[in-house]
Write a protein that binds this ligand. Structure first.
Ligand SMILES: *[C@@H]1O[C@H](CO)[C@@H](O)[C@H](O)[C@H]1NC(C)=O
Length: 182
């Protein structure tokens, strides 16, 4: 009995731990609240309709620190590319600050890369696109590193792990993901 409870807890912890999709790096276990109008992306991996995701979501997380500024990314991991899949940067929005509720993050910035809503192509068989959201503490004087300028401009093939290294970001503070199927 005791053993089965331990096993259950281990499995359960495993399920709730990753808020980013399997195999995605950098992974993060803190949940980022991502809400499209009245639709919360909860739990991570929730499936949404394309129409629901047309406008930039509101974001929040309980561990936000009022002295910090945050940087938000959203990336599609499932862009068809021959027989494999490529990534597409849907948003990189800087200058988020926490509100008086200690949780909600807002920014007046629209970039460096403005929000582009999901528009996955219809495929047979249907292929869900995974859209991952990741939040970082934004370093002082943050700017897109020169070596990343071209991939950031094109959006296509954006690799968050490479950007993190180039921009010297730390570990992500929170994440989430949803799927939209064309
Ligand atoms: C908030 O961030 C500041 C600056 O990095 C740090 O000194 C402080 O310890 C942080 N506070 C909490 C509660 O983590």
């Amino acid at each position: 009995m005791k053993q089965s409870i331990v096993t259950y807890l281990a499995v359960f912890t495993g399920v709730v731990a990753a808020q980013t999709p399997d195999g995605f790096t950098p992974s993060v276990s803190t949940h980022l609240d991502v809400t499209f109008g009245s639709k919360a992306v909860l739990p991570a991996g929730t499936s949404l309709a394309k129409e629901d995701t047309a406008k930039q979501p509101t974001i929040a997380f309980a561990g936000a620190n009022a002295t910090e500024t945050y940087l938000f990314f959203m990336i599609d991991l499932d862009v068809p590319s021959g027989s494999s899949r490529n990534t597409l940067l849907h948003a990189m929005i800087q200058d988020f600050k926490v509100g008086t509720d200690g949780k909600t993050l807002t920014s007046t910035a629209t970039g460096p890369v403005s929000y582009m809503g999901p528009a996955p192509p219809k495929e047979t068989p249907a292929h869900p696109h995974h859209y991952v959201e990741v939040l970082f503490v934004q370093p002082a004087g943050f700017a897109v590193p020169a070596a990343q300028a071209s991939v950031v401009r094109s959006r296509m093939g954006f690799k968050l792990a490479d950007f993190v290294t180039a921009a010297q970001l730390g570990a992500p503070v929170a994440g989430n993901y949803f799927t939209v199927t064309g």
